[in-house]
Design a protein around this ligand. Sequence first.
Ligand SMILES: Cc1ncc(COP(=O)(O)O)c(C=O)c1O
Length: 402
Amino acid sequence: MSTAQKTIEDLALFGGRPAFEQPLHVGRPNTGDREKFSNRVNDILDRRWLTNDGPYVIEFEECIAELTGVKHCVATCNATVALEIAIRALGLAGEVIVPSFTFIATAHALQWLGVTPVFCDIDPETHTVDPRDLARLITPQTTGILAVNLWGRQCDINALESIARDHGLKLLFDSAHAFGCSYQGRMVGGFGDAEVFSFHATKFVNSLEGGAITTNNDELAKKLRLMRNFGFSSYDQVDSLGINAKMSEVSAAMGLTNLESLDDFIVTNRQNHRQYAEELAGLNGITLISYDQNEHCNYQYVVLEIDAAQTIVSRDELIRVLYSENVLARRYFYPGCHRSAPYASGLVLPETERICDRVLSLPTGTSVSPADITTICEIIRTVVTNGREVSAKFRSETAKSV
Ligand SMILES: Cc1ncc(COP(=O)(O)O)c(C=O)c1O
């Protein structure tokens, strides 16, 4: 149940009733057919084959390989460990160039293995790595590029492939956001040396927790499979260093069930995105990031850029208003990896920092209804069209609390 917030007095932060009784989360999981999932779980229990290359994991890998048009898919327990084994299997060492504007796991995966993440800036239009800034950072210690297909919008992959080729660097993609998306008509998954997907609960296709590495390189796939399972090549033969990165059968069962609803999830995400675009149209200072209609897109993120010079209300003030209405909008990926404690060194990345201060992500997915979106947009409209007044209220509140 939601209520309309048409004037600033209606806003919960200023005395009104919250628009939503229950919190609306960003990334509330999509769940496919419950009966099919239960049947698969019963199967798993009947077979008593819970993990270690079980039939559902193999089927999940085959589905991902087919959907992405890639030769090999190695399913894992999550994308962070997938990144780690891919980094190790590719022999990355020394320095690897990575955007700072990404989820912290991208940088952690490198640092965890003793590889130095060298942070590069982003293209303010796409929010993905700026190939020119990246090229400037290459040193004799650089062994690779870890690029991120953020929001499911692809990097300038042609430029990155050419830089990697010219400098003899490995090219790995963190495509945690980009499952089901394409670049110049080809599905994401087969670019660079390898790509990593996340099937975490918040991703539009989830396997509870889960990840996958895709590659067309036979040798690399073999290494990844060994590393995923402690280096075991047979029952009691250990051929290489390895870790436990295996996906469980229940995760694969969830993943397979959700893959059967993939098209429906995308249709819902696309409709939600279109509705947000229509209902926020014409609001000065609010830009909804768009997706290329000529590509396959999963539309799993509804991301706004707030230009506070026009809205007067800052991004953080808008988030406070939304929170008090039970709309748990999130600022992604603030403050940027390069300003997070393990990496903070005083480095300045102007575009990353500007975007970190401007973006917020709104609820979407199958648990958000058209009426919810209308209410969320109404709140944003009320705040932005009364920007000066709302901002003054925030200022007087701050003055009172000092
Ligand atoms: C860009 C990016 N990379 C990596 C990850 C890590 O994925 P996982 O949670 O599956 O380890 C995430 C997760 O949200 C992500 O957004």
